[in-house]
Write a protein that binds this ligand. Structure first.
Ligand code: NAD
Length: 296
């Protein structure tokens, strides 16, 4: 069993750290929120006064932080950055969803000190984090991937090697950009059917068994009462927040600009999600974009 330091115990990081402790690893956790730390310690982890003490002697350091600026600050800040305290040979796994440029910057700085790194953003949301069924998209060398895999196996179901450092982040933004486009398309198609007198359950069944079939229609239907146990049938509570989708679409736009890629559908989806968030829907599930096309 490994000595693991885990930094960032929010909606995702908390249950991920708990799953590592349940799998028998020695997990030392830290978060700026004392409540978040207490919750994970109750479930079997230990803690220290700060992140610096947590990483000392750790074979793995895992971070699950909000954005690139947090990851940069936690690892690279002069003097207090964890880069100064993590031991050579340790593997850093950053599972935050951030821009690939920051991932590559952190990877380069750590590698120069003999510390290994993978970016390993996740898909599967809070439900997947709790159930230990996340998908991990990993960027790093083949050796680093093999080193990370047994640890990621305790938190996820599908562990993909996307390519070198930064590739995990690129795979994540591509996936979420496509997801947003599919959600918008499914929403407008269902609303078109509703506006023309169709029963959304009947229409969903027809399209799910025809060429319009896709995950947002078949598994995560955005129209209330078509499916049970999805956010649309629970007033769009739970699930994947509009604010987080808007953040990921911002990363997709930056990635497209940096590589001179044309992403017209992703750009439109970004604009629609920004408008939806600005209308007070930031805390709702991203399938609530369905209401934007409601004629009533
Ligand atoms: P969150 O805001 O719930 O948790 C972030 C945690 O980081 C907070 O507890 C905060 O106190 C802590 N933190 C911030 N700065 C810190 C520091 N310097 N030291 C220690 N702790 C610090 O966010 P989340 O929903 O858990 O998401 C984390 C990451 O996962 C984000 O990058 C997000 O985009 C990504 N993600 C989230 C979901 C989801 O459904 N929530 C799904 C996939 C990916």
């Amino acid at each position: 069993m490994a000595n693991i330091a885990f930094i960032g115990l929010g909606n995702m990081g908390g249950p991920m750290a708990i799953n590592l402790a349940k799998a028998g690893h020695n997990v030392c956790v830290f978060d700026l929120s004392a409540d978040a730390v207490a919750h994970v310690v109750e479930a079997g982890a230990t803690t220290k006064a700060n992140a610096i003490e947590c990483v000392q002697g750790a074979q793995f350091v895992i971070s699950m932080l909000p954005a690139g600026k947090h990851v940069d600050a936690v690892y690279l800040t002069e003097k207090s950055g964890l880069i100064n305290y993590i031991e050579p040979g340790c593997l850093v796994i950053d599972s935050s969803t951030i821009d690939a440029a920051t991932s590559c910057k952190v990877a380069k700085a750590l590698t120069e000190k003999g510390i290994c790194f993978v970016d390993a953003p996740v898909s599967g949301g809070v439900g997947g984090a709790v159930a230990g069924t996340l998908s991990f998209m990993v960027g790093g060398s083949a050796k680093e991937f093999e080193q990370a895999k047994p640890i990621l196996d305790a938190m996820g179901k599908n562990i993909f090697h996307a390519g070198e450092h930064g590739a995990g982040q690129i795979a994540k933004v591509c996936n979420n950009m496509l997801l947003s486009v599919l959600m918008v398309g499914t929403s407008e198609a269902l609303q078109l059917g509703l506006a023309n007198g169709l029963d959304p359950k009947v229409l969903s069944n027809i399209m799910s068994n025809s060429s319009g079939s896709n995950w947002t229609l078949d598994v995560y239907n955005p129209c209330p009462e078509v499916m049970e146990n999805v956010p649309s049938s629970n007033d769009y509570q739970g699930g994947f927040m509009v604010d987080l989708m808007a953040k990921d679409l911002g990363l997709a736009t930056e990635t497209a600009l940096a590589s001179q890629s044309s992403t017209p559908m992703g750009t439109l989806a970004r604009s629609l999600y920004a408008m939806h968030a600005a209308s007070g829907n930031g805390n709702k599930d991203f399938s609530s974009i369905f209401n934007m096309f409601n004629k009533k």
